[in-house]
Design a protein around this ligand. Sequence first.
Ligand SMILES: [Zn+2]
Length: 396
Amino acid sequence: MNIRVRRGDSFWFYSQLFSVPLSLITASNPNTNPERLQIGQIVRIPGFYVSIYTIQPGDSFWTIGQRIGASTDMIQLLNPSLNPLQLQIGQEVLIPVRVRSTIVQGGREYNSAAMANDIAMLKEIYPFMAVRTIGNSVMGKDIYELSVGTGDKRVHLNGSFHAHEWITTPVLMQTLNTYLLGLVNSEPVRGLALLPFFSSVTLSIVPNVNPDGVDLLINGLPDEEPYRSEVLAINNNSTDFSGWKANIRGVDLNNQYPAQWEEEAETKPQSPSPRDFPGYAPLTEPEAIAMADLVSESDFDRVLAYHTQGKVIFWGYQGLEPEESETIVNEFARVSGFEPIQYVESYAGFKDWFIQEFRRPGFTVELGLGENPLPIEQFDEMYEDSLGIFLASLYM
Ligand SMILES: [Zn+2]
């Protein structure tokens, strides 16, 4: 929510008044110098929204505050022109409301529009989260990166490289929401205080690498040509897209990386296909390129790519993974019960390329169990597994 600075106010004062960590207020106002607050200037307070209360007989700022769990000074701050001694029945007063639960409700069909909606709401309530577009899909949809924290340790997670694994997107979004909520309210998650991570970790999440593919699964055939005709042709004129892994052009984005791409291409489809076609060359697809560019410029210390299914975590590539990969994956396994798998006969994946290029820990996390696309009934369990792995990716 927005408030206006009064004489004598400071970020530290707001931190005390609203019980919000100072570092989060500072990060929510990146263009404001806290040493030079101007009277009347707008400051953003994370973790709250503004609601309207209508004065009832007998009300004072104090009784209203008692009712909504706010101090009189909070109410005064939001209503600077109101005289608390002359409240009129029926008069409207702005009141601050602390957000106490997650906004993201992930256990539902979650297309790119639903995600964009949630991103906008999260950004509104948690302005210390940075949102940017790292590229566009074939159909021009934004590929978002959400970042939180100011630390030296750079942790990256992504979801929905594969269209029919779209459930990884709401899992990541709800996991992120839990983190934001816990940060602002200073509420531990699984016994872990989160605020130290804000200053020790820079978290990067790309919740949906393949928005065109995800929307194909959830919304069905697009109206827009030439995609409509092309997708139908690739899918043998079937409108059942439940087996669709690829992007909208029939390229498997997780087979697009220059890490023994030729070996992968030899054994895979030679033309656009609902699944597994690695493209006619590495990094031809805008979604794969956007992710490669992001990684190249971001200096990530570790990356986790969320997929479904199997409750396993792949963590090696050609012996190029560093020793700490094993330590980290063992902790992921401990908190989730997933099985670590070092090597598998598969190449050209995002994590393969990351390990090969940077010799840093890269993981493919396979959430859930069953046949893709996994039923939405598995969402809660997947979210719980994700949360443990997510927290471990911060503290390990
Ligand atoms: Zn996958």
